[in-house]
Design a protein around this ligand. Structure first.
Ligand SMILES: NC(=O)c1ccc[n+]([C@@H]2O[C@H](COP(=O)([O-])OP(=O)(O)OC[C@H]3O[C@@H](n4cnc5c(N)ncnc54)[C@H](O)[C@@H]3O)[C@@H](O)[C@H]2O)c1
Length: 261
């Protein structure tokens, strides 16, 4: 039996990179997956790939910054699968501008997706999960932060601000749901540099070739390489499954040791 058999998981940013690897892994482990992404085309591609492999899925294009879309996602997930056990807020955007060149438009865009999107995802997860019976394993909220949620970096100040915010907001969610007596856990997941379109775009924006970056990674990261998206998805699988039943209000770092020094 799969590690997520019988569970339903909503995953945002599921059309690409870490989010896509996660829906594929979760489906393979027996979950019903709700594929959410702002790109309708990416949602459809992911849906086809998962259902072709006999996975159970629902394609639900959405914008995580729109509260109405969150109402629709939960309504459709409940209609199709009955209840939602896991919400993974993975959608995110990056930016590589030096602070002195960062416009208010860039600030608003990065904060909107990375902070407002996570806030709305948690709010609607709580609204749905708050009546979960105490004798069921806890529901799980997973908020994707970054190594940028632990340490500062040049040329991604606003991104870092949002990822630090996601880390502490996740703790507040965990504390509040506990005080209110809800059967919900919440943790943040902190990937290090991972081979995804977002990361490749950030290199392009910095005018750094992949080869030059490999040399930088060898010096900075204790494992000397970037992660593959599936290596991050395995962390999400642990947080989503009942194997992490005693874990809430904390961080899971999958960063190749980047933040160790
Ligand atoms: N790739 C890395 O090195 C890395 C490292 C640390 C943290 N992260 C975090 O992991 C998460 C996933 O990143 P990735 O590297 O897989 O990126 P990605 O660009 O491959 O995927 C992100 C997905 O989010 C979707 N998205 C963007 N805005 C959206 C919105 N408003 N509503 C719904 N969907 C939206 C995009 O369409 C895209 O499919 C992000 O939160 C990112 O900050 C990535």
């Amino acid at each position: 039996m799969g590690r997520l058999a019988g569970k339903t998981a909503i995953i945002t940013g599921a059309g690409s990179g870490i989010g896509f690897s996660t829906v594929a892994l979760f489906a393979n482990e027996g979950a019903n997956v709700v594929i959410c992404d702002i790109s309708e085309e990416s949602c459809e591609c992911a849906y086809k790939e998962i259902t072709t492999a006999n996975g159970s899925a629902l394609s639900q294009p959405m914008d995580v910054t729109e509260e109405g879309d969150w109402h629709d996602v939960f309504a459709r997930a409940v209609e199709k699968f009955g209840q939602v056990d896991v919400v993974m807020n993975c959608a995110g955007v990056g930016d590589q501008s030096p602070i002195e060149e960062t416009t208010v438009d860039i600030f608003d865009k990065v904060c909107d997706v990375n902070l407002k999107g996570v806030f709305l995802g948690c709010k609607h997860a709580i609204l749905h999960m708050k009546n979960r019976p105490a004798d069921l394993p806890s529901a799980s909220i997973i908020n994707v932060s970054s190594t940028a949620g632990f340490v500062g970096t040049a040329r991604s100040g606003i991104y870092t601000m949002t990822k630090g915010g996601v880390r502490l907001f996740s703790k507040s969610v965990a504390v509040e749901v506990s005080e209110f007596g809800y059967n919900i856990r919440c943790n943040s997941l902190h990937p290090g540099g991972t081979e995804t379109p977002m990361f490749d775009n950030s290199l392009a924006q910095r005018n750094v070739s992949k080869e030059a970056f490999s040399e930088i990674v060898k010096r900075r990261n204790l494992l000397g390489r970037r992660a593959k998206p599936f290596e991050i998805a395995y962390g999400a699988l642990f947080l989503a499954s009942d194997e992490s039943s005693f874990m809430t209000g904390t961080e899971l770092a999958l960063d190749g040791g980047y933040a160790a020094r």
